[in-house]
Write a protein that binds this ligand. Sequence first.
Ligand SMILES: C[S@@+](CC[C@H](N)C(=O)[O-])C[C@H]1O[C@@H](n2cnc3c(N)ncnc32)[C@H](O)[C@@H]1O
Length: 180
Amino acid sequence: MKFFFSVITGQLLAAVYRDYIDRLNLHGNERVMDFGSGGGTLARIVAERLLVGGGTLTCVDISERWMRLLQRRLKHFPNVRYYHLGHFSELSPSAQSQDIVLVHFVLHLIPPEERDDVMRHLAGQLIRNGRLCVREPTAQISLEEIDRHAMAAHLVQIEAAISRMPLMGETYEVVYCKPV
Ligand SMILES: C[S@@+](CC[C@H](N)C(=O)[O-])C[C@H]1O[C@@H](n2cnc3c(N)ncnc32)[C@H](O)[C@@H]1O
């Protein structure tokens, strides 16, 4: 039931997610990793944007169940790859293969003592000048804490805003850059 509710909620939120992706100004040719893709509401919108310019999307999630649903929902997108993670440390800390990493409503679910390490591994996925885009509910994790984890991963903040989202309340939207 909870699972079913999440899928319905995801559909309702798609318009809001679209606005968020608009604000990220994708060109369409980027290599994007979506860390914690869940049921794929955000991933689907990103995959559509990347189809036009030859970009690729790598969806990563720790949940087998979400991964299966995601693969079903995005099966028509040839530009999407899937990676079912057992643990974030499976992501090489020095892969440097992505232009953008998305962390959308995921960091607050990670145990606090692992968040620095997660950010470091995600920063490791980025090329120099690549962007890490985070959006989290401020009721669950403070913006100061998110900034602290990003600083520990040697990322530099380039944009930040507070926005309100239906059902989710206030959110912190922040973009960090990996310095050259
Ligand atoms: C609230 S959902 C967000 C889904 C999607 N990003 C969105 O905004 O619609 C959080 C997702 O993060 C995944 N997740 C939680 N901890 C994770 C971890 N350590 N590594 C990868 N994925 C994780 C969960 O399985 C779940 O699919």
